[in-house]
Design a protein around this ligand. Structure first.
Ligand code: NAP
Length: 542
């Protein structure tokens, strides 16, 4: 990005200076020291150890509260703390049992920052609802969260675990494990996709969970999908509640607040939706080429200047009325209008072995899980822009990828398909996966070729699936909104659904499904809502 000074200096300088100033102030106000103990095998000092030192050095420049002592893995303290891997970072070991195996780089720097602040404050910052659940734990919980630096979902789950470990240090210990640094440990747990959380060696969460759902899974020692808050949950009043923090929701938030409407956005998973895991975006105006997550970060920072965002909060129920009552896993929103910008969920292949081996070699996110397959053989299923973009991403990170497509030509744009040819990425045309096989993890696939009518077995370490998306219409269904024949939310051309006061935007309403069109729909929907709140069309119709 070019600076406004016309000299080509990075425009981010001023913004990052302000951000660093704010961080320094935050650290200054923390009441507690943050001692870090780093254990490294100095006879085999590796890139992860060097990266960890670098990250900690950067953090120590922010605050003198952070202190670092480094020991060799052979030191007697390593034995005392039962440290066996290099690098291992113990965080305030006198108070908490939180350790990091690997380097807190990339997306994980966010987790590390939040951990430093929570440890320095001495408070877990859990919601009242989560705290009540964690406080009911009366036996040890040894948590392991597997993460990767390229996974935008991971910080949410890792921070959930950090908060739990800070809330109940007498019972809860935590290891945050970078799968790239600790592939053997990841293999031992068959953790081939991130994030995955285990407690006492039992899988309690696959993917990022809302905080309360994580707390309940940890307490019950089995994965939960739902958390019903207690009745004294907080209430928030809004003019517009936006469900979904992808490009449509974020843009609508900016437009609605700028129109003077009190607005909030709730997002149960990663902000940015599908864009957060898109390796590279090359068709969003203003950016010739930008990482999906970088684009999301820019959009989120922009939206946060106007609108309050509640991440990690899933909507459980919407009761239609005046006001409309939206119950999330944490609080109740009393709102005049709701904008459903819930996007779409990845489409499953629906073949035997797929769900059993999900996270065990079957993956829907090359950005998150690709690094674990460097040097290995994987297949990428699909023939659209997603499959081709992601196959190229895997190829460039050193994964041996083969595309499998059910037709004899791609649906993806010519610009992308040319790169498949140029890079000599193998393609199995006219082919469909009939079964994914393996015991603990993916070992092979059964492939049927339509042209030859032959069925063959192909050994592979991973199956990446990018065969499109299905609109996320669970809430719309619950509210009995009209849907189109293709299953999208039906709207009147101005983003009004079949129920007054309920609107939609983005992939959930169909259309071109591009980032720029989703943003456009979000802006339009916010403007319609503004006009309708001034001049309610549903009252005129009476
Ligand atoms: P898509 O465009 O719907 O393509 C899905 C692909 O998966 C198609 O090739 C389809 O085959 C195949 N497929 C569907 N069901 C299948 C099944 N059961 N078994 C095997 N193959 C199956 O989906 P997408 O690639 O995820 O893209 C979604 C939207 O995002 C699109 O609008 C796309 O343009 C957009 N997008 C844009 C970019 C970009 O502009 N750079 C990047 C990513 C996504 P058929 O061809 O036989 O139908």
């Amino acid at each position: 990005m070019q600076g406004a000074n016309g000299k080509g200096e990075p425009a981010k300088d001023m913004a990052s200076e302000a951000y660093l100033r704010q961080l320094r102030e935050t650290f200054e106000q923390l009441p507690n020291d943050i001692p870090l103990l780093l254990f490294v095998d100095r006879s085999r000092d590796n890139v992860f150890a060097q990266a960890t030192r670098q990250v900690i050095r950067a953090f120590r420049e922010l605050s003198q509260r952070i202190t670092l002592k480094e020991y060799d893995l052979a030191h007697e303290l390593a034995r005392r703390y039962q440290v066996e891997s290099s690098p291992t970072l113990l965080i305030a070991p006198g108070k908490y049992a939180i350790r990091w195996l690997g380097a807190p780089m990339g997306e994980e720097a966010r987790t590390f920052l939040e951990t430093m602040i929570l440890v320095g404050s001495g408070r877990s910052n859990l919601s009242d609802q989560s705290r009540n659940v964690i406080r009911r734990i009366d036996a040890p919980r040894r948590i392991k969260v597997f993460v990767s630096p390229t996974c935008p979902y991971c910080p949410q789950q890792a921070v959930n675990a950090v908060k739990a470990a800070i809330e109940l240090p007498e019972q809860i210990s935590l290891e945050i494990i970078d799968i790239q640094c600790e592939p053997d440990l990841a293999n031992q747990y068959s953790a081939q996709s991130v994030p995955q959380a285990f407690a006492n060696d039992i899988l309690i969460g696959h993917g990022a969970q809302p905080e309360e759902v994580f707390a309940l899974s940890l307490q019950k020692l089995e994965p939960q999908t739902l958390f019903i808050p207690e009745s004294d949950a907080e209430q928030v009043e809004t003019d517009v509640l936006i469900v979904g923090g992808g490009p449509a929701g974020l843009t609508a938030g900016i437009y609605a607040e700028r129109s003077g409407l009190k607005t909030a956005i709730v997002e149960r998973q990663a902000l940015g939706g599908q864009v957060a895991t898109t390796p590279v975006v090359e068709n969003y105006p203003g950016f010739t080429s930008v990482g999906g997550k970088t684009l999301v970060d820019i959009m989120v920072s922009h939206a946060l200047q106007y609108v309050q965002i509640f991440p990690g909060e899933g909507v459980l129920d919407i009761q239609y009325g005046s006001p409309i009552v939206v119950q999330t896993s944490r609080r109740k929103f009393l709102t005049k209008t709701v904008l459903l910008a819930t996007g779409a969920n990845h489409r499953p292949l629906n073949v035997p072995g797929e769900s059993r081996l999900a996270g065990r070699g079957v993956s829907y996110c090359s950005t998150c899980d690709g690094p674990l397959f460097k040097g290995k053989d994987v297949v990428m299923v699909g023939g659209g822009n997603s499959a081709v973009t992601e196959a190229l991403h895997l190829f460039h990170m050193g994964v041996k990828v083969t595309l499998i497509h059910r037709r004899d030509s791609f649906r993806a744009q010519e610009f992308l398909t040319r790169q498949v040819v140029d890079n000599q990425i193998p393609v199995l045309w006219n082919s469909e996966i009939r079964e994914i096989q393996g015991e603990e993890r993916v070992r092979e696939i059964v492939v049927f070729n339509h042209a030859t009518q032959h069925t063959t077995t192909l050994p592979t370490d991973g199956v990446f699936i990018a065969i499109g998306y299905e609109p996320a219409v669970e809430l719309a269904r619950k509210m009995k909104l009209d849907l189109t024949e293709d299953g999208y939310i039906k709207q009147d051309g101005r983003h009004r659904t079949s129920r007054p006061g309920i609107y939609c935007a983005g992939d959930v309403e169909g259309g071109y499904k591009q980032i720029v069109t989703a943003s456009g729909q979000g802006a339009e929907a916010a403007m319609t809502i503004f006009e309708d709140l001034i001049n309610p069309y549903w009252l005129q119709a009476r």
